[in-house]
Design a protein around this ligand. Sequence first.
Ligand code: FMN
Length: 533
Amino acid sequence: MERYSVFGVVTVLAILSLIGVFFSGWFLIPYILFSLLMILGVRDLVQPRHSILRNYPIIGHMRFLFEGIRPEIRQYLIESDQDEEPFSRDERSLIYQRAKGVEDKRPFGTKQRVYDSGFQWLTHSVNPHHIEDHDFRVRVGGRDCRQPYDLSIYNISAMSFGALSANAILALNTGAKKGGFAHDTGEGGISRYHRQGGGDLIYQVGSGYYGCRTDDGRFDPEKFREQAANPQVKMIELKLSQGAKPGHGGVLPASKISEEIAEARGVPMGVDCVSPPSHPEFSTPIGLCQFIGKLRDLSEGKPVGIKLCIGHRREFMCIVKAMLETDIVPDFIIIDGKEGGTGAAPVEFADRLGMPLVEGLTFAHNTLRGVGLRDRLKIGASGKMVSAFDIARILALGADWANSARGFMFSIGCIQAQACHTNHCPVGVATQDKMRQRALNVTNKSERVYRFHKNTLKALAEMTGAAGLDHPCDFLPHHLMMREKDRDMVTGEEVYPYLPEGFLLRNEEVGFGYLKRWTRARAESFAPVDYIP
Ligand SMILES: Cc1cc2nc3c(=O)[nH]c(=O)nc-3n(C[C@H](O)[C@H](O)[C@H](O)COP(=O)(O)O)c2cc1C
């Protein structure tokens, strides 16, 4: 409770100096000073807007003081820790502005270094369009889906209750409800706070089968049927991996398992909650497709999909071969980039395992085009999707929608303290400490979730119209321009082309190593055909 210590000391000093006033008028000065500070502290504790002040009354103002100092110290601060942070100060301030509903205009032009290699931009038209309605949606649900869902093209990516606090889940879900977009549960099951918010849910089924598991951790079809029947549940997402820790399971220590978490996950209290690195229910590509078919039947035909970060590209091709062989095609695939976030992951996993989003997406998109299955499903993309440009770029490269986890964490007050794994989140977002999460005012923050989404899509509509297009999904690789190492500029089409439909079925060599991997992939096993055990 040391974070309340300054407030506590000030209060005691105010009382002591008040007593002192009866002995000497000089005590009036400290009494006035400490009383003013005490009043400030009380105001900090009850005001809804700034979570950091609710958790650090009085001392929390130091943060704003340092943030406010310009330009010298700020420049030093920027240069000193800019590259330490997953999201730059500019990226975060754009999110905060949109969440607060502050106009995201800048005077004097761009700060981007437009002649640096790697700089990217979108091409605009001399004949721009004005797009009034920016509630952009895609219909998710393939041939075998009986309950297709009109999904917003920007949604809250998976973050489990457990990794996030109850107030965070409630604020996210309430904001999603108001904005009509979806909220992915993450692998921690559907909690009472997801239900309370009433917003559309994507129910994620991870290797721990939380909310639909037997006592020994296997999949329980009846419990799943019950969960999936909830009208809030619009889609089912089978998690194979996430970019920040691919191939790595998770453990929620017994000490963090509250009664609410145990309820949501369907696990006992007092025992560590282990998510194994792989699914016990299937071990082959065909087994995976059959499990997708089972989930679709048990959910009365709701859209069922998979989420993964591309690892061995051949293994993704094994899954696609199994789709062809079983004719069981998921309704959607979410490609997560290695740059994605997590509540906690081993450093080397976070840094060195998994494919970045752009490469993973274009590979999956083109493999599905190569076998003529691309039009039978939708592709979602996640991994640092926090601005309209991020979304437009990823749609141009083959995705149908984008999800964001940390973007929405910033909208509910995350300050990137990177303390998610300590339970000491300073703003009550990633903690199970009841006192700490009190800092997150649900009414105030759910409005920010709603506004961040709305204003990001508004900016996307403006960029889409400026390009002379009518819908963000009209963006194509040739609309994206990039500056290469030799400062030459290239189009997205030259670097990330859409490969010809059916090229894999025709065994057509198109380069990029597709055909070689396709011939080594097989539907009945993830091991390569020429694998010698
Ligand atoms: C706090 C936190 C918890 C997460 N929990 C899950 C999870 O339970 N299941 C999952 O598939 N991904 C999880 N992720 C990954 C995100 O859903 C997403 O794929 C990734 O963070 C990329 O998005 P971002 O860059 O927008 O954060 C989590 C991410 C964060 C930051």
